[in-house]
Design a protein around this ligand. Structure first.
Ligand code: PMV
Length: 326
C-alpha cells in the first residue's frame, strides 16, 4: 500500500512593532498573514524534498525536526511567503513540517509543543532569536509579547536569562501594506550584528530600551484603534532600527515612498533587506508607489488561522527552502 500523505500549513507573519528588541525580552506585536506555507510528508524508501534528494546538511530546520525519525521521508513544500524577507518563512515552514510529521506519527503535540519545535528548529538553523515568529505562525491571528498585565496568555517560553510571555490579541481592523525590496537577508547575521553592537556599546542598550517603550505605547494605540499615533510610533521605530544598523537603502526607499500616503512605515522582520510595512487608509495607492520604486507590494489580510492540517498533499510552486532565512 502506498504510504499516506500528511499535510499541514502555517501562515507567515509581519511585525507591527518590536523586532530585534524582542530578542532582549522587550515587547512586540505581530500579526499572521494570509500568505501560507504548506508542507506534506509521507514515509518513503529514500529521503526527498520536492522530488529531489534531501541533503539534511543543507536543510537545518528539517534536520532538527526529523531528529527522531528512523525512516525515510518524501517532503513536499509550497510557499506564498517570500523567503529571506522578514515574513517568517522559516518559522512557518518549521511549524508546518512539525505538524505534518506529528500527524504521520499519530499526533500528540499541542499548540505550545509546535511552537517549541518550530522555535528550536530556528535556533538550530540560525543560532539565535526569539520565539516571536514561531508563536505567530503557530497561533495565527495576532500575538503580543511581554506586554505587562495583558490577559489571554498563550504560553511563556524561556531561554537562558530571557523570558517571552506570549498573549493572544484581537486583530485590529487596520490596513497594512507590505513592500518587499527583493533583497534577501537571512535573519541570523542581522541579529548577530545587533548583538555585537549591544555588547560593545551601551548606547545600543538605550536604543533597545526606547524601542521597548515605543512598542508598549504602540500596542496601546493599536488597541484603541488610534492609527495616527500607531503610525507615528512605527516610523519612530524605523528610525531606531536604522540606528541599530539593520535598515538599508532599499528599505529606506520604500519606507519614504509609502510615508506620504500612510500613517507610518517601517522595516519589518530582521531587516538588512526583506520587507517594510506601512499602515495606511490607501492600500492601493501605497501598493502602487511601492511598485513604482521597484518593490513588490502585498496588501495584507490579517485575522487568519494559524497552523492547521490540510486535506491534500501540497500542490503549487515548490518553495525554495530557507537555510538560515527569515
Ligand atoms: O526576519 P524574520 O522574519 O526572521 O524576523 C526576525 C525577527 C527578529 O526579532 C529580528 C529576530 C527574532 O527571532 O525575534
Amino acid at each position: 500500500m502506498t504510504p499516506e500523505w500528511y499535510t499541514a500549513s502555517a501562515p507567515g507573519k509581519f511585525v507591527v512593532l518590536g523586532e530585534h528588541s524582542v530578542v532582549y525580552g522587550k515587547p512586540a506585536v505581530v500579526l499572521a498573514t494570509n500568505r501560507r506555507i504548506t508542507c506534506s510528508v509521507r514515509r518513503s524508501h529514500r529521503n526527498s524534498i520536492n522530488g529531489f534528494y534531501l541533503d539534511f546538511s543543507k536543510q537545518p530546520h528539517i534536520n532538527y525536526l526529523t531528529r527522531d525519525t528512523s525512516y525515510c521521508l518524501d517532503i513536499l513544500t509550497t510557499s506564498e511567503v517570500p523567503s529571506g524577507a522578514g515574513m517568517g518563512s522559516s518559522a512557518a515552514l518549521s511549524a508546518a513540517v512539525a505538524m505534518a510529521l506529528d500527524a504521520e506519527r499519530g499526533g500528540g503535540l499541542d499548540e505550545r509543543g509546535f511552537v517549541e519545535e518550530a522555535y528550536n528548529a530556528e535556533l538550530s538553523a540560525q543560532g539565535t532569536g526569539s520565539p516571536m515568529d514561531a508563536s505567530a505562525c503557530v497561533h495565527g491571528g495576532g500575538v503580543a509579547i511581554n506586554i505587562p498585565d495583558e490577559p489571554n496568555e498563550l504560553w511563556t517560553i524561556s531561554r537562558g536569562n530571557r523570558t517571552w510571555r506570549v498573549t493572544d490579541i484581537d486583530v485590529p481592523e487596520l490596513s497594512f501594506v507590505i513592500g518587499n525590496t527583493g533583497v534577501k537577508a537571512p535573519t541570523g547575521p542581522q541579529v548577530d550584528k545587533v548583538r555585537r553592537y549591544f555588547s560593545r556599546n551601551g548606547f545600543a542598550g538605550e536604543i533597545i530600551e526606547e524601542m521597548g517603550s515605543v512598542t508598549l505605547e504602540g500596542f496601546k494605540a493599536l488597541k484603541r484603534g488610534d492609527s495616527e499615533l500607531l503610525g507615528r510610533l512605527m516610523t519612530n521605530d524605523h528610525k531606531l532600527l536604522s540606528i541599530l544598523g539593520v535598515s538599508c537603502k532599499e528599505l529606506n526607499k520604500l519606507v519614504n515612498a509609502a510615508l506620504p500616503y500612510s500613517y507610518g512605515a517601517k522595516l519589518t522582520g530582521s531587516g538588512g533587506g526583506g520587507c517594510m510595512v506601512a499602515l495606511t487608509d490607501s492600500p492601493e495607492k501605497v501598493a502602487e508607489v511601492i511598485k513604482s520604486r521597484g518593490g513588490t507590494p502585498y496588501i495584507m489580510k490579517s485575522g487568519v488561522p494559524g497552523l492547521r492540517m490540510e486535506l491534500n498533499p501540497a500542490s503549487g510552486t515548490p518553495m525554495e527552502i530557507p537555510t538560515d532565512e527569515a
